[in-house]
Ligand binder design. Structure first.
Ligand code: HEM
Length: 433
């Protein structure tokens, strides 16, 4: 497998991804410029002219292609790269839960110039458990309850500030400020530091995206180092001020050394900031054109609002796929896989599988049960799932209550970012009324 030194700096880039987007003469090519890198994206021969779900042209609507794969080739082997895409709910659930699929080896598929330190995201049991369990001190149910008061107060203040304006842009004026206030509550970041923190978090988040070019990934790597340094000092400050703060409890947990503890904090910022911001924009892209859905959210209690967040994440998963490598022979509904096989578990496709979800392409805000996989599943299930669900419900419901006639600004439709991870609305203006 080719390793390219000049773009091997992204924390999370897949080297196999280079192959997925490589030119393939057997297929019709679609080209697009992403960042400063010109990429040529393969268009698979899907009937009806469906565009490859990874192609820039599919950002607006990747779902028809994912639906075709799910119905016709639920375990699709990309002939050129050898990577499998699993798209049906059964297979994706199994990949996330079955220990035959290694997340550690999956992370090694990403393109980088030096190995990552062990993090919960890139380890398998038993090491994974050791690194993950202490994280609950910061993101488990008791800690979420502790963070919630600050999150609710600051969400209200943010919406107060926008009320006078009468309009807003969802990504920059709602999503990112929301992500900042949530992470600031978790990490106890003082108000004066938040703008710089958010700017670094935004830059570092580029490391999530397999499509990020070398210039962006190098900026992202510098930003990650600065964030870690900041979090180191901030943790000492918080511990000195409040020895019972969830962050202080994590910092003195004997199961982790300082580097491992800071690894958890950095992972939270790099892996959490953009997906959290994306949740708001992606949700509003569904809610704003549907006054009935907005009204339903306005009248919802907290539990029902949390169900609505799950449903909106099901429809628009900010993390549309995760990578694994097969560690031992395993059978999926679509076929047998041998050790070394590289697999992308397509969460966004599984989340609209009609075998599991009735009306899979519609928002059913009180859908129960809702076995969506937007937070992953199994041992690596998003550590912040409860926080995201709770904080997202508080914020979106408050927005619906404060602005019951909120709607898209005239002529607006969602502009989707070039990034594959997160899948996010880059720009969308709304009228707050
Ligand atoms: C809408 C927002 C979010 C979504 C959709 C999301 C989704 C995910 C997914 C799919 C995974 C599994 C990755 C895999 O299996 O390889 C994951 C893991 C993780 N997420 Fe989230 N996430 C979100 C927000 C956050 C936030 C805000 C934080 C931190 C405050 C966070 C912290 C983590 C951590 C630490 C892991 C690793 C868990 C492990 O490997 O054991 N996430 N997330």
């Amino acid at each position: 497998m080719r390793r390219s030194a000049n773009r091997a700096c992204a924390v999370f880039n897949w080297r196999s991804f280079n192959d997925i987007v490589a030119i393939r003469s057997a297929y019709r090519n679609v080209s697009g410029a992403i960042g400063r890198r010109k990429v040529e994206v393969v268009q698979t021969q899907l009937p009806g002219g469906f565009i490859h779900p990874f192609s820039p042209a599919a950002r607006q609507d990747p779902y028809p292609a994912l639906a075709w794969l799910r119905a016709n080739a639920p375990l699709f082997r990309d002939q050129h790269s050898g990577v499998y895409y699993a798209t049906d709910h059964d297979s994706v659930s199994q990949i996330l839960r079955d220990r035959s699929f290694s997340a550690a080896a999956g992370q090694l598929e990403r393109d980088r110039d030096k190995p990552l330190p062990p993090l919960m995201l890139n380890t398998d049991p038993p090491e994974h458990h050791r690194l993950r369990a202490p994280g609950l001190l910061l993101l488990g149910p008791a800690a979420v309850a502790d963070h919630l008061g600050a999150i609710a107060d600051e969400a209200t203040a943010l919406l107060d500030g926008l009320a006078a304006r009468g309009e807003a842009e969802v990504a920059s004026e709602l999503g990112e400020p929301f992500a900042t206030l949530v992470l600031a509550a978790v990490l106890r970041i003082p108000p004066g530091d938040r703008a710089a923190f958010a700017a670094l978090a935004r830059q570092a988040s580029v490391n999530l995206d397999p499509m990020a070019g070398p210039a962006a990934t190098s900026v992202g790597r510098r930003a990650s180092a600065l964030i870690t340094r900041y979090l180191d000092g901030n943790t000492d400050r918080v511990t000195a001020a409040d020895v019972d703060a969830p962050l202080a409890r994590l910092a003195r947990d004997p199961r982790l050394n300082r580097t491992e503890m800071l690894g958890i904090l950095s992972l939270i910022v790099i892996g959490g900031f953009e997906p959290l911001a994306s949740l708001i924009g992606n949700a509003l892209a569904w809610l704003l054109p549907r006054p009935d859905a907005l009204a339903e959210l306005r009248d919802a209690d907290q539990i029902t609002a949390e169900r609505a967040v799950d449903e909106l994440l099901r429809l628009e998963s900010p993390i549309p796929f995760v990578a694994r490598v097969v560690a031992e022979p395993v059978a999926l509904p679509g076929g047998q896989l041998e050790p070394g096989a590289r697999v992308l578990a397509m969460l966004a496709a599984a989340n609209r599988d009609p075998a599991v979800f009735t009306r899979p392409d519609d928002p059913v805000l009180d859908r129960t049960p809702n076995p969506h996989l937007a937070f992953g599943g199994g041992g690596h299930f998003c550590l912040a799932g409860p926080l995201v669900r709770t904080a997202g419900a508080v914020f979106l419901r408050e927005l619906a209550r404060r602005f019951p006639a909120a709607r898209l600004a005239p002529g607006e439709r969602p502009e989707w970012s070039d990034s594959l991870i997160p899948r996010r609305v880059r720009r969308l203006r709304l009228v707050l009324a």
